[in-house]
Ligand binder design. Structure first.
Ligand code: ATP
Length: 582
């Protein structure tokens, strides 16, 4: 484990990440991934894609990061994607009011507390501005919308926003995506891409930034019929921390299998439980320490109003539990919203097993008999009656029906001459699928994997730092060194680099400095194997009989144990590929 400072220092020195635009003073909440970090991030994304898209048979899309305003009107972000901002009356610095409460009291998840209560807590605990120490009691809290606004094209007629989550790019294309899935539920659509939030106070390095990468899956299911086959993850165990236990004085997370939390109803939606199992396996595979990992259910105040159930994957980093990903059962909220705000239908046609005959009320469009009291609205009343007939044919069993047109109620007498019943054969119905959403942040996963794989030990009496990253995600799989760049060892090593690269391995070549220093450099970027070309490789070392000792072999040194063994060069690509892929 690192203290955060050591890791951030190593991250900059060894090319994982650094604050962007340092030449211009830096800007909070924006980071550039260096060569090691970009490779690590790409590997993490590849493993996510493999696990959540390819292995699960889900599709992948790649939508724009800028979207027009109506999308966010429909999604609710324009109105409600706010954080609580409190401004210091002395230095003018803005802070997140809920974070000030969390950081200085033992209250957790202050985000879920109403604004007025947060104001009271600030006064009650006499909380102060983290920048200048001035008391914040009495300062009003404002809602601050986190979306970055821009204009699409010249002028300001078409406002657009940088997407605050990748999900909307999937939801708004649902009608076409359903076609690609041949209207068969369940189907899943994934996306890995940048999201932008104008965070009030970015902090903790990559953990809260203003531009980050999300990996999201939107799984569209028929709530009446689709259940996951749990087998693949049924035996996966993890610590679960249900809301009730968080609220109980002595509640603690407890270890359970995915099967158990479904059977016991602890995770109410089996699809959510299924993806918790998948996610746990994935987090473990990228280097998150499972002794510092848990699933925590949202408290009722924390949950979005449309989410029937929501769990977070959390990891402990520098003594705090941070959210790595959210798993929400979003019901039909998103698709219904886009259905009503747009011109398209966000439904799928669900075929019945057998066609059914249904009775439907019919309405004569000629409403002239209704008399002058309906004035010019007779046509609109007829439309309203027709809509009602489709929705609720039984309404016409009464002697009169009431419909609303333009805010006015019209009581219409039901006369058999104008209303009838017809029989129609229906082969199915339009339903709005429900959405199961695992939404994972790549930057937080990457930072946690680095933090949890940070190790310090002693080798040959010297302190060393290394990253015990899993081979599958390590930025480089193998470092190749000639003992010295002379007598042909350099050429031999560079040749070997070409061969290993041709075999698809990520290889780095290094001939500068003592071999021990070269090992340390690779240890610090988490390179699992180092290969050294020496005189024996060239056939110039002799055994007891005076024969070449080990020609065309190299030493392979393993990062964590520092153990070395000699391996024939001919077998090296296969040996290393097998080691990388476990
Ligand atoms: P938080 O409560 O920590 O702000 P959130 O609940 O708003 O996070 P979601 O909207 O559920 O986050 O987003 C899904 C994932 O995206 C998060 O679990 C996290 O990994 C990532 N994420 C969200 N905001 C940020 C950010 N500002 N910086 C880095 N990653 C983020």
């Amino acid at each position: 484990m690192s203290d955060g400072g050591d890791l951030v220092e190593l991250a900059k020195r060894r090319g994982f990440f650094l604050q962007s635009a340092g030449a211009y003073g830096g800007v909070s909440g924006f980071y550039t991934f260096g060569p090691s970090g970009a490779a690590l991030k790409q590997n993490i994304e590849d493993t996510w894609r493999n696990r959540f898209a390819i292995q699960e048979g889900n599709m992948e899309v790649d939508a724009p990061t800028v979207m027009p305003e109506p999308v966010f009107e429909a999604s609710g972000h324009l109105d409600g994607f706010d954080d609580m901002l409190v401004e210091c009356p002395e230095c003018g610095e803005s802070h997140r009011a809920d974070h000030i409460v969390e950081d200085n009291t033992d209250i957790e998840e202050a985000e879920s507390i109403p604004v007025a209560e947060v104001e009271e807590l600030i006064a009650e605990y006499e909380l102060v501005c983290p920048t200048c120490g001035t008391g914040l009691a009495g300062q009003a809290i404002e809602d601050f919308n986190l979306m970055f606004e821009t204009n699409i094209g010249p002028g300001s007629a078409d406002p657009g926003y940088l997407r605050p989550e990748t999900a909307q790019g999937i939801f708004i294309e649902f009608p076409q995506l359903a076609e690609y899935a041949r209207n068969q539920l369940p189907f899943g659509v994934t996306q890995i891409g940048r999201a932008y939030r104008n965070e009030i106070s970015p902090r903790k390095s990559l953990l809260r930034v203003r531009e980050f990468t999300q990996a999201e899956l939107e799984l569209f299911v028929d709530p009446e019929e689709d259940e996951p086959a749990l087998e693949a993850v049924a035996d996966v165990t993890a610590p679960f921390y249900p809301a009730a236990d968080q609220e109980a004085a002595d509640g603690q997370p407890y270890e359970a299998t995915i099967r158990e939390v479904v059977d016991d109803g602890v995770v109410g939606k089996p699809w959510i439980a299924y993806y918790l199992g998948v996610a746990k396996q994935w987090y473990e595979s990228i280097g998150v320490d499972m002794d510092r990992f848990r699933f925590r259910q949202h408290l009722s105040g924390e949950r979005a109003h449309y989410a029937a159930d929501c769990w977070d994957a959390e990891a402990e980093v520098d003594g705090d539990w941070i959210e790595l990903g959210g798993f929400a059962y979003r019901s039909d909220y998103d698709l219904s919203k886009h259905d009503s705000y747009s011109d398209e239908e966000f439904t799928v046609f669900k075929q019945y097993d057998e066609p059914v005959t249904v009775e439907r009320a019919t309405v004569d469009p000629d409403m002239s008999y209704l008399g002058p009291e309906f004035g010019g609205s007779a046509g609109a009343v007829a439309d309203a009656l027709e809509a009602l007939a489709e929705r609720d044919p039984d309404a016409f069993d009464e002697s009169e029906v009431v419909v609303e047109v333009d805010g006015e109620s019209h009581a219409v007498p039901v006369e058999k001459t104008n209303f009838g019943v017809e029989e129609v054969i229906e082969s199915g119905e339009h339903i709005t699928p429900h959405v199961v959403e695992p939404s994972l942040g790549i930057d937080r996963a990457l930072y946690t994997a680095l933090d949890h794989s940070y190790r310090e030990d002693e080798v040959d009496g010297e302190e060393r730092t290394y990253l015990a990253l899993p081979q599958e995600v390590a930025p480089t799989t193998v470092g190749v060194f000639p003992l010295m760049d002379r007598d042909g060892m350099g050429e031999y090593a560079r040749d070997l680099v070409e061969k290993l690269r041709a075999a698809g391995l990520a290889v780095t070549y290094d001939d500068s400095g003592a071999i021990g220093r070269r090992y340390r450099r690779q240890d610090e970027v988490g390179t699992p194997f180092c290969v050294t070309v020496d005189y024996a490789t060239l056939g110039e070392a002799r055994d007891d009989e005076g024969e070449p000792a080990a020609p065309d072999t190299v030493t392979v040194r393993e990062r964590d144990t520092t153990a070395q063994k000699r391996v024939p060069v001919a077998d090296l690509p296969e040996t290393l590929t097998a080691l990388r892929d476990g």
